[in-house]
Structure formats: C-alpha cells, structure tokens
Design a protein around this ligand. Sequence first.
Ligand SMILES: *Cc1c(COP(=O)(O)O)cnc(C)c1O
Ligand SMILES: [Zn+2]
Length: 619
Amino acid sequence: MIATRARKNGTLFYELHCIACGKVVREQESSTRCPACRQPLSVRYDYNFIRSRLNRYSLRTSPVKALKYLDFYPLLNLDLVVSMNEGGTPLYQCTRLAERLSLRRLYIKNEGANPTGVFKDRGSLVELTKVKEQGAKAVCVASTGNMAASVAAYASMAGVACYVLIPEGTALGKLAQALSYGARLLQVRGTYNDAARLTEEMSVRHGFYLAGDYAFRAEGQKSQAFEIVEQLDWKAPAAVIVPMGCGTNLAAIWKGFKEFYELGLIDRLPRMIGVQADGCAPIVAAFQQGATQVDAVEKPFTVCTALAAGNPLDATKALTALRESGGCGVILTDAEILEAQQRLAHLESIFVEPAGAVPIAALQTLATSGRVRPDETIVCVATGNGLKDPRAALRVLPSPATIEPTMAEVEKFLRLRLYEIRAAAAKDGGRGLFAQIPSQRAVVETVRQELGVKLTAEYAHRVTSLVADFVQKGKTITKADLQYIVENVLKGLSGQALILEVEDFQVTTSLKGKSEAKVWVRFDRDRVQATAMGVGPVDAVVNALKSAAESRGKLFFELVDYQVQINSAGTDASVEASITMKDASNTRVVATGTSPDIIVASVSAFVDGYNVLWSRQKA
Ligand SMILES: *Cc1c(COP(=O)(O)O)cnc(C)c1O
Ligand SMILES: [Zn+2]
C-alpha cells in the first residue's frame, strides 16, 4: 500500500511553475529548468490544503528538526523519505560578539551542525526523496564541494549511484567526504559553472537525475526559516543575513518565512540581507545597480569556495527576495571574511568555513550604515562547518612550534609567549617591513611590534640572519614572511650544537638534462664536499647533502616525504619546504625551512631534520 498524499479530487497539492514565463511543468517532464525558456522552476502550494492538514499543537510542541515540516514539502510518498535526521540546528545567542558590535539581539543559526556539516542536507532530504519517488537509479550533480558531499551521502542512503563533478582544487574536507560516501567523482579543470554545464548534459545523455540548486532542493532548505521562527518563540527576526553563491539558499529561506506568514504562523516578515565576496559578487552587484539580471563573473576567485558560482542559477529568485523583503546586499573582501571567521571562533567558539563567516563579516558595515539597528533581532546563517576547509583557516593562523619532548622546551614556549603569534598575513598584505638589511635591534623591535613575541638573544641572531638573507635576495619581507621566519627559528627551540651545517652550494640545471649540485658542508666541524645528480635542482642538492652526510656520519636515514608550500602570492613569495625523514629505528622527524628560494628552503629543512635525527640518536 503506497501512502500517497493528494487532494480529495486526486490532484496534487502543489505544482511546479516557471518563474519567468509562468508555464506549469509536470515534474516527470522537468524539475530543474523550464522546458520552454530554460529558467528556474519554483513550487507553489495549495495553502488551504496545507492549512487543513496542519496540526498546530504538534507543530508547536514537537522537537525542532527538518522532518517535522513534512506537510510543507512537495512529497507524495512518505514511505520513501530519505533522511539523516537533518536540521534542528542550534540558534545561538551571541552575546560576546553582539557586545563588540553594540547590537543587543544577535543570533547565529549554526547550520554546520547538520549531518554532513552544511544546510544543503535539508535540501537533500527532499531532493533524494523525489529521486526515490521517480524511481531514478542514478543522480548527477555539479558542486563546489558541499553539495557533492551532501548529495553523495543522501544518494548512498537512497541506494542510488551518485556522479559528481567538482572544479579542481575543491576543499579537502569536502572532497574526502564525497569520496567516502561513495560518489563517482570527477575533477574538472575549470570553474563551478563549467562543471554545472557538463553535469546537465550528462543527465540528458545518460538519464541520470539532475540534482542541484533546483526547485525541490529549495523546498527542503526553507526549513531554516521555519526553525528560526520556532527558536525565536514563533516570531520572525528583523533581519536574516545569508551568504550567496547560487542564491538558492537565501531565496529558499525567504520562501519559508513567506509560507509561515501566509499560514498565519508569524505576523511579520524579516529583511533578507545577501552577502558575497568581492571575487564573485554578481548578485549583489546586480542588486546595487537595480538590474534584474546578473553579469556573470568569468573567473570567480575567493577564499569562500562555496560561494564561487560566477553565473548563479537562482540570481533572479535571490534578487526578488532582497527587493520584496526590503533587504540589501553587501560585498566583502577575503581578508574581512577570514578575520570574521577567527573572531567567531574566538568569541563564540563556532568554527565555520569561510563562506559561513560571511554574514558575521558583514555585521560591522551593516551596523555602521544603519542597515541593521542595535535593538533589532538579527540572525546570521553560519552555513558550513569549519572542518570542511581547514586549509583556509590555517592561512591566517600560526603554524605551531614543534619541540623535543622535554619540559625545558615547554617552559621556553611559555616564556617566549609563542602563543601570541597571530598571523595577520591576510590583513597587511604586501607591506614591506625592511627596506635594507636591518640591525638585530630593529629586528627584535619589529618582531615584538608585529607579532607580539619577545625574542631572546639566542634566537634574535638567527632571525636577523634569515631576514638579511631574504633582503639580500631582493625579497620584500611582509608580516607573513616575518612570521614564517620567526616560527621557523623558534621551531628549533632546542638550540643544540649542530652536527651538519651547509656553507654553500651550487646547482646547474636546464630544461632537458639532469640537474647537478655541488655542496660544501661542515660535518662535526670537518669540511666535506660532495657532488650529485638529480631529476631537478632540489633533488640534486638533497642528494649531494645526503652523500656528504653519509660519507662521515654513521646515521642511517631515509627521506619519507617532501612538500613545498608557497605562503603568499607572486614569484617572489616565501616558500616553506617540509621534509620528513626517518632513521633505522623508525624515528620520524618533520623539518621545515623557509626562504624566498625553494632550494634554500629545502636545504635548510634537510639540515634541520638531519640535526634533529642525529641528536635523537645520541640521546
Ligand atoms: C552552498 C553554500 C552556500 C551558498 O548557497 P547558495 O544556495 O549557493 O547561495 C553558502 N555557504 C555554504 C557553506 C555552502 O555550502
Ligand atoms: Zn519558462
């Protein structure tokens, strides 16, 4: 027996219609775009039907979660519901953050608490249930990461195959999630919109159900509005601030408020405020120009990868929501967003991915310009969990010191107040700190001012000599560079006598041939010279160092891993090389070196690692 929901006369209690030409579309025909004009569809209900079935008592008394609003979803067969108990996310009152901004009633809806860490799970609940109703065997979806993870999780629950196309360079957490849930994943050398175009074609050619920011998903995501109303004791807030990528979510939340209003569950509507990053802000730009259509952004670039939709599918719906609600749009820089991400974590202990911090970042300018007022109830939607994209956060965080396992080193950490180091790389951008080789005094003073760390003489010397190396190579030292240098010096906290030191090296390399390196080192104060070849200059130098070390030392070691990270933009960026090596007893050491020169960075990492391994073996 199939539990179908229908009106008395057997017709559906909802219909899909095109938001542009108004055409009513049967869902078997399309639930994505209008077959006539290709514009997005939207779901319209028979609200009398919903009203007649609504159990207001149970609505008011049952626990908050997405599944309690089944009456508001366009579902026909409730036996097929695909759910992971999504929604019911906390609405925190943020008193510490509010105080800083002189606001009185500031709330955060923490959507990172959903099963896959993002609000999209609410949409997946409805969308994948529709997939089951329609009997599809596979879904395909384009995504910047979160949609992929969410759809993959729900597809797996539903027992259907899931094909995912994501742009290359998708945040690590999201990639790992999607793959773990069993998605058949393809990375596209291109933008999200390239992936979206291919996915649509894939669905047509292969008959896969096209999942994504379409009408059914929006129906699920509107439950954020329902929950906010419930959690504010059945009142709508004055303003709701939402980050916008495709604009689907903001429009969905607005639809949710309007439906509760229509049913008499609230007596006023909030203003919707949409926020984008300046590397991809087509919707806010159109809003500010009074346009009804967006100019697509060809190459979106922002730390908020979840918002990097250059040609947003639901721009029209989002623009309508902003205008109908009397809201507005805000554009922010990546630096402002990363700063807000840190502030939110510090003050309220809510760790979000960059896109999730966007509403918080907008608060200051909204308050200053009077677009939100101190006595209003304001809700920020923190859309996604911070663990999705840890690298984004680490961009502005110090890399912690690594110590030998002795209490003396712990004491040193506390005395030097190393925990004070706070990266402000994002903020101060490329401002150079030293025009010429500075004195040790100047370095100590700058480190204290810029990083809050008081260098003792034993470290000041090494920091100064590294700074001098940088300046000599013609590199501007930014605050970020200085931080990496200081961190690196302080990482080798122990300050023991070094067994291996490099005096100089020379490399020749060319496009076709192998590289050759010559090194001059001091091993236990003896001068040693060695030559070696390698596939590239770094390889050649490391091989030469290895051979120099092996000619004297009795230390067996093996290189296990080698990684290079570039800490800032440009070809004169400072490079951080990280080498992992281990000895015969499997003792592992990870050592890093920093320099504007990739070879120098690698050499210093190697030397560091070797010295640590050596002292370990002595101990
Ligand atoms: C998808 C997503 C957004 C953007 O939502 P749209 O519906 O595309 O506007 C914002 N934040 C996070 C974390 C997301 O995953
Ligand atoms: Zn149409």
